[in-house]
Write a protein that binds this ligand. Sequence first.
Ligand code: MN3
Length: 204
Amino acid sequence: MTKPFVTPPLPYDYNALEPYIDEATMKVHHDKHHVAYTTKLNATLENHSDWFEKSPEEILMNLDQIPGDIRMQVRNFGGGHVNHAMFWEIMAPKAGGKPEAELSKAIEKDFGSYEKFQTEFENAANTQFGSGWAWLSFAKGKLIVEKTANQDSPLSLGHAPLLLLDVWEHAYYLKYKNMRQDYVKAFWNVVNWKAVLEKFLKIS
Ligand code: MN3
């Protein structure tokens, strides 16, 4: 018997990212939004349970093999499940600062400087029209900044995502209202660069 997917618990308290990301947002974001994506992904795959043998990441990498009648649901709910799990993981309390070691060197090589990378990433996050995500990904041997709509993942494009920022209104509206750019700036204070470096070392 294969088991359905499980929403991973937050790796820190709901209030751990204060004052940058508030407790009320974290509660509803993890316990309601993320849980709903996982639940809906499981319900969608209920009659296609061989897919539970794959990881949700592998599913997103192979969307073209998902039956056509459920492909859009799997893309949306699977993306929602995987993206949020990664989002919790690449943030941490008392974090921020700058990337280190090989990741720092790669950012300087591919963007010119850390500051240029930051500007490009903020620009992607601020200009994503409507709901979506901004990303730092590794694709074709180099780091790139990209943005996706809805819950689409760079995994489905064959890219390896390293860092992501949720720019759906549910991610910031309680605290930042219409000021998405303030939320995007505040995000740098909670980026867990050690976790991002670990991901980079695994795939580069
Ligand atoms: Mn979200």
